[in-house]
Write a new protein. Sequence first.
Length: 283
Amino acid sequence: MWAVLAIALKLALEYVDSYTIVWWRFLFSFVVILVIMFFKERSKIAIVKRPPFLLILAGIMLGFNFIGFQQGVNFSGPAVAQIIIQLGAISFALVGFLFFKEKINRIKIIGFILALIGFVLFYYKQIGDTSAAPRMNLGIIWLVIGGLTWAAFAVLNKILIKKITPLQINLFLYGIPTLMFLPFADFKALFAPHSIVGWLILIFVAANTIISYGSLSIALKYIEANKTSMIIILNPIITIIILELLLWLNVSWFEVPAMETIAYVGAGLVLLGAVLATGGKRG
């Protein structure tokens, strides 16, 4: 679902602003989790009385990740957002090697180097000398923030999942950011009489949150950090394929800026490097 999320988030910006989208996504997920816990694990809701500090911090990190990615999509577009945000998966894999004692070898080191070269090529070619450079730069700054805070969130999540149930974790992962972005939410715009398409987009981006991150919390309990990252890295490939299809179809309802060959090379190196760094052979 993450593969089409960036495109859906761009479409959602036609109805509400970035902060309202982020708040809406967290509120929707928080309410769903609260209802599930009320019927399934009611006693465990008591964790709200004395929540672990790391759990609160994880919620804050996820909040910054969401707004970083959303603003990245807003200013830089879905394709750029999906490539630059890979910094999060790569950083998470690096932390896995350094702190979780997950094994690293020459292939994985080469992967980190290729990803770095790819980031430089992709960034340089996408910025170029265009008048959109300041806006693109702003988006990339937001995406770097989003990527690094996602890595921090994922590390905290991996630690917490050993002690707390996924539902308890998700209750805070969605609840804390809901409070964080409450002052910035535009309720008038959000609950305006949107079209059916508008509401479907808003519901999709909200449902995407709870399904994707709920699955991630469970996956982190059973899969190494580097393997989880490798799965996540597949999403940009699907996103770019969809965008290229929309460009080929010349649709009028979604603007798809064409990328030059060197930008594809850079993107390819980022993804190849990320795959090698997070999923190379062990040992």
